[in-house]
Design a protein around this ligand. Structure first.
Ligand code: NAD
Length: 497
């Protein structure tokens, strides 16, 4: 790290620890003693070592979560107490917000400023929103007919109960926020959790574990196992004692997790990949649309599941909007996320950088034009913000998720064509429409096949709005009341009076 970038002493102390994982209320090494290195993507240097969990460690964590769910003070806790604990956890995160933001910056490469305002603040807001749900989980009463027993009286009702032990596996692009999207509804409803953070970004999950214990949660309510996907992640997804799996990551791994879940009839929510369109209509405020399109793809280095990675602009404005987006891209300062003047950090890993450059190389072979970017930067895993035009709608650049700061752009002639192009992709996570024609926009919204549609904004998420995908972008929803439904089971009760 450059010496001129100061770090909170608490962050430094945390990063330099020899980390252990959280099982029950104990901080443990892997039973095998194996560890794995965690890197700083801005420099490529090793930041920390964490335990590398194997099946035995995951099984212990699931057992701790099982015990806490079935028979512990947690299983007897009232909704108001669950609400208060979630508020306490959110307060502690607010107290340690700077440290959490710096950990996220060092481990993921993202800007510390952005991490503070987005990742950490949205996590806190989300937990507080979910705390409110703890006291609002309701069943219902049903007036039953029971035609075969006409002389008897019945009381029929439906209970909504916590689903049980939740196995949560998350990606590296928003490590803390994705963990909180799982943790919030689980703790509001009374579930217990085993979290497997991404191989690359385990540090904020370990810090979160510390805060959960400090908040006063009983042992085993939240467990964190650090390790690889193929070892610890697979062990968690195949464990028959897990009642629900909740996954955020690639569609390819999501399919494997879905299949593992079905073997045990484990409930499952999958938040997967995307290739979301940004549609700019001819009447849009073009300056606002160009700035919005640039931020839709370049925010978080393009490593956003719902990033606006396909830009479609009505033909007469295409060249102008592309020139504006390219100008914005060329003006972005790349560098270490601890530097507040930096607009774009590195990608998460050398592997991801190589993957993104693979697409850029391919774009040259496929005859695309690079309107800006396409180059490497610095010693870390940087890719300059890139815009590709002259691309083929049916080709890999437009159809596949690149998951980096690479925008593909095409013109369209009318709204029917815009809708057809927007829907012509296997993913369906989000889409944005940039226009001031209210009637046209409202006619378009039902025709777009995606879980979210934004108008004159992109990737704007709120705790109260369900988020998730159509098509290959996933199964189920996070956030809002929908999340509570996904963390509970219904039980029908019939009492003969
Ligand atoms: P990934 O699927 O490779 O890994 C995600 C998690 O799964 C990691 O914790 C990893 O260790 C684990 N894993 C890997 N193989 C596994 C296996 N065989 N069994 C069990 N677990 C396994 O994804 P990634 O590269 O870390 O993340 C990028 C992807 O995540 C992109 O496709 C992105 O769109 C998606 N994503 C989706 C959302 C959403 O809400 N829809 C949010 C963020 C990221």
């Amino acid at each position: 790290m450059p010496p001129n970038l100061p770090l909170n002493p608490k962050t430094l102390e945390f990063i330099q620890r020899r980390h252990k994982m959280l099982i029950g209320e104990q901080w443990l090494n892997a039973a095998s003693g194996a560890t794995m290195s965690v890197r700083n993507p801005a420099t490529g240097e090793v930041l920390s070592e964490v335990p590398r969990a194997a099946k035995a460690d995951v099984d212990s964590a699931v057992q701790a979560a099982r015990q806490a769910f079935d028979d512990s003070p947690w299983s007897r806790m009232r909704p108001r107490e669950r609400q208060n604990l979630l508020w306490r956890l959110a307060d502690l995160m607010e107290r340690d917000a700077e440290v959490l933001a710096e950990i996220e910056c060092l481990n993921n490469g993202k800007s510390a400023q952005v991490a503070r305002l987005m990742d950490v603040q949205l996590s806190i807001d989300f937990l507080r929103y979910m705390a409110g749900w703890a006291t609002k989980i309701e069943g219902s009463c049903v007036d039953v007919s029971m035609p075969l027993m006409p002389d008897d009286q019945f009381h029929g009702f439906i209970r909504r109960e916590a689903i049980g032990v939740v196995g949560a596996i998350v990606a590296w692009n928003f490590p803390l926020l994705l963990a909180c999207w799982k943790l919030g509804p689980a703790l509001a409803t009374g579930c217990t959790v085993v979290l497997k953070p991404a191989d690359e970004t385990p540090l904020s999950a370990l810090k979160l574990g510390e805060l959960v214990l400090e908040a006063g949660y009983p042992a085993g309510v939240f467990n964190v196992v650090t390790g690889t996907g193929i070892e610890a992640g697979a062990a968690l997804s195949h464990n028959p004692d897990v009642d629900k799996l909740t996954f955020t990551g690639s569609t390819e791994v999501g399919k494997q997790i879905g299949k593992a879940a079905m073997d045990n009839m484990t409930r499952v929510t999958l938040e997967l990949g995307g290739k979301s369109p940004t549609l700019v209509l001819e009447d849009a405020d073009l300056q606002q649309a160009a700035a919005g399109a640039a931020s839709a793809i370049f925010f978080n280095q393009g490593q956003v599941c719902c990033a606006g990675s396909r830009l479609y602009v009505q033909r007469k404005h295409f060249d102008n909007v592309i020139a504006d987006v390219a100008n914005i891209a060329n003006g972005m300062k790349l560098g270490n996320g601890l530097d507040p003047s930096v607009a774009m950090g590195p990608l998460i890993s050398a592997r991801q950088q190589k993957r993104v450059f693979g697409y850029i190389e391919r774009s040259r072979e496929l005859g695309a034009t690079i309107a800006c970017g396409g180059e490497q930067f610095g010693p870390g895993y940087f890719v300059k913000p890139t815009v590709l035009v002259d691309v083929d709608q049916r080709g890999p650049l437009v159809q596949e998720e690149i998951f980096g700061p690479v925008l593909v752009a095409m013109p369209f002639d009318d709204i029917d064509e815009a809708i057809r192009l927007a829907n012509d992709n296997r993913y369906g996570l989000g889409a944005s429409i940039w226009s001031n024609n209210l009637a046209a926009v409202h006619k378009m919204i039902p025709r777009i096949k995606s879980g979210s549609v934004w108008v004159n904004c992109h990737s704007a998420l709120d705790p109260a709005l369900p988020f998730g995908g159509y098509k290959m972008s996933g199964v189920g929803r996070e956030m809002g009341a929908a999340a509570i439904e996904h963390y509970t089971e219904l039980k029908s009760v019939l009492v003969r009076l």
